[in-house]
Design a protein around this ligand. Sequence first.
Ligand SMILES: C[S@@+](CC[C@H](N)C(=O)[O-])C[C@H]1O[C@@H](n2cnc3c(N)ncnc32)[C@H](O)[C@@H]1O
Length: 425
Amino acid sequence: VKPIKPMVAGKKPPTVVAPVPVLTFPPRDQTLQILTRILAENESLEDALEEWSDRLDARGKAWVWDVCQTLFRFRGGIDTLIDQHALKKKPTGRVRKQLWIAVVQILFHKDVSPEKIVHETVDWVKRDSGVAASGFINACLRKIAAEKESWIQYLAGDFPGILPDWWTTELKKVYRDDWIRGFARASLGQPTTWFRAKKGAETPREFFEPGPIDRSFSWKGELAHLTSYARKNEFLVQDLASQILISENLQEVRKYFSEPRLLDRCAAPGGKSVALSWSGVDVFAYDAHEKRRLSLAATVKEKAADVKIVNDEQQFPKRPEWIWVDAPCSGSGVVRRHPEMKWLKNPKDLESLLKIQKELIADSWERLPPGGFLTYTVCSLFPSEGVLMIKRAGLSEYAVKEWTLAPHLETSTDGFYGALLRKPE
Ligand SMILES: C[S@@+](CC[C@H](N)C(=O)[O-])C[C@H]1O[C@@H](n2cnc3c(N)ncnc32)[C@H](O)[C@@H]1O
């Protein structure tokens, strides 16, 4: 990129031209840079791709998305196979990432021949990293391509490293080995897209299949239509787990309060606030982060204008009958949607999340009047963020109901833990 020259007085200002999307296909360079950014900056794939949106066309974006998601899902196994073919010196940095991209293509892109992928990758690496690197990559990829079928079999089984070791240690605090194996396997799959529709919204049969919860629908149409429905005011993309939690918590709370006043304490981007408001709850919505509060305000303005945004803790309603803490968490339960999260967060991050969760629970419990309800949810399956957190907060005896929802259970959903607690009257 040329540096922009300072403007000279009296000269015509330069015309500003919008960046032209890069149309080279497949966009290997961009994929490499996005992978580097995700791992170096701890950034989600969605955010990293957004940064590149003016440098990729739609086809390129879809390619990068697919390669990165597949890589992060199968990274444990892909690293094993790369290391087996590089016995003398394990590749690192740029060269490993170049291998990742090519291996994903060889094993998962059935419409391109392995010979073409190896040939194009070697050319690319020669230009990018020099002859020595390209020679090494050539030798490595040829062996992998020759054993393609057995590696595909390998990745279809319970290969070691589906989950990072520290995840398994966390899960073992409560779950048995077969439960963890089931979750690990399911975490490699593609999740269903679920919608929640407002009462009266038209749900054409070619796009929507009714789900198990009132006004829940799974999506069976094309991606282009999905985006346009997601933007409509009477529709919300919301996983079945959240819909189940909303419906079942509401059912319990309604036994005591017919139109409960709720403080949704960690509300951005606003999915639960909107759905609860559609169900007749009087919602006050807050989020600690100003930028996220703006996105919350935008969502509710479009979809549920009755929701009241609270900008500061001083303005919390005085005696809310119900507080919902949808706490910030590791996201271990939504790994099918965000497989990169397996490799971004670490035990230290978890420690700081546990601290925030405990504080949010304690403070919310204190704000409740006698007989009030507290719902605590996390999109995580780590017991330390779920059942053990309620125990750590000293509130287990007040649990009215608890939920563990997961992708490998009978009703397959995102992984969530939820607890409904009631303060004694
Ligand atoms: C899991 S997300 C909430 C998702 C939201 N309930 C929904 O259904 O769309 C957690 C949110 O908690 C917010 N958060 C983090 N720390 C917080 C705190 N101390 N108080 C309130 N919100 C907090 C984050 O900004 C984030 O938006």
